[in-house]
Design a protein around this ligand. Structure first.
Ligand SMILES: NCc1[nH]cc(CCC(=O)O)c1CC(=O)O
Length: 317
């Protein structure tokens, strides 16, 4: 690092769920390896999104809910960096904050979890699938209209508890969270993105800092993963252009070709019953952030040309 002394003390702000804490400790370890003399601590915080468990996320105001308290800690200096599941971070950062660092991505796919069935296609008429994601709901209903979708909230342990006590026959969760918490053995099937296209930036972690804190950005530089950053930037651009939030069933997933040069971006917007769907897919050589954004824009333009905005308007959200 040019001309900057290594940090002496760093405070990481994190939500207090088991997954959030795992993520914070993961980043604490990575930073500790780079700055062995630094004193690194974690400030655990409860957010409004963690407190309100009886309503679906899309009804209580979406993504910002999980990050505002952490941003307050950055602002008043109680913390230097905040760790987020990138999927929960709004496309537009609030004034004064920056998404400094995107780390290497875990498995981006959705996971099928069940004690009774091996996959969605084995489930009989009326079987109950838990998910609180409109994106997952729309894609399941499109292919498996005979299944019953029931909303599901709470942290991972709460959710799995509801499966084990028989309230649900199956549920769809992100592979990434399960793998990180050593619950990989619960995954019955990693759902092919063709059947359930993932959410923009699912499986990636992001580090937020004050936009003015360039020293912190430099400290975090060794954690930045370029291939993931380009991938999720293309995905998030689609969401940004379509005004994406968890109130609309929208998916965007970019996959590198074997050459690591061409990026294939697929995205869709659907009605909640899965009956109407607008899809787009494009491949482009991507080596810079500008190219990643351009790919996202091209896919967004195509979706818009095919009627995505009308579909979103018809959701009445
Ligand atoms: N919507 C909640 C959420 N936010 C991040 C994850 C974990 C996966 C990730 O890091 O993308 C989850 C759980 C899930 O979708 O099952």
């Amino acid at each position: 690092m040019n001309n900057i002394l290594p940090p002496e003390r760093l405070v990481i702000a994190s939500r207090e769920s088991r997954l959030a804490m795992w993520q914070a400790k993961h980043i604490q370890k990575l930073l500790q390896d780079i700055y062995p003399k630094c004193e690194i601590s974690i400030l655990g915080m409860t957010t409004r999104g963690d407190q309100i468990l009886d309503k679906s996320l899309s009804k209580i105001g979406g993504k910002g809910l999980f990050i505002k308290e952490l941003e307050a800690a950055l602002l008043d200096g109680r913390a230097d960096l905040a760790i987020h599941s990138l999927k929960d971070v709004p496309m537009e950062m609030p004034e004064g904050f920056a998404l400094s660092t995107i780390l290497e991505r875990e498995d981006p796919r959705d996971a099928f979890i069940s004690n009774r069935y091996a996959s969605l296609k084995d489930m009989p008429e009326g079987a109950i699938v838990g998910t609180s994601s409109l994106r997952r709901e729309a894609q399941i209903r499109r292919k498996y209209p005979h299944l019953k979708i029931v909303p599901l909230r709470g942290n991972l342990d709460t959710r799995l508890g509801k499966l084990d006590n028989g309230e649900f026959d199956a549920m769809i969760l992100a592979c990434a969270g399960l793998i990180r918490l050593n619950l990989e053995s619960r995954i019955r099937e990693r759902i092919d993105p063709v059947d359930s296209l993932p959410a923009a930036s699912q499986g990636a972690l992001g580090i937020e800092i004050l936009a003015s804190n360039q020293t912190m950005d430099a400290y975090l530089a060794p954690l930045k993963d370029l291939l993931t950053t380009l991938q999720v930037s293309a995905e998030r651009q689609v969401s940004r252009r379509l005004g994406g939030s968890c109130e609309i069933p929208i998916a965007a997933y970019a996959k590198w070709g074997d050459d690591g040069v061409k990026l294939d971006l697929k995205a869709l917007v659907a009605s909640i019953d899965g009956q109407e769907i607008v899809e787009s897919s494009q491949t482009m050589s991507v080596a810079t952030m500008e190219a990643a954004i351009q790919l996202g824009d091209q896919v967004a333009d195509d979706l818009i040309n095919k009627g995505a905005m009308e579909l979103i308007a018809a959701l009445g959200k």
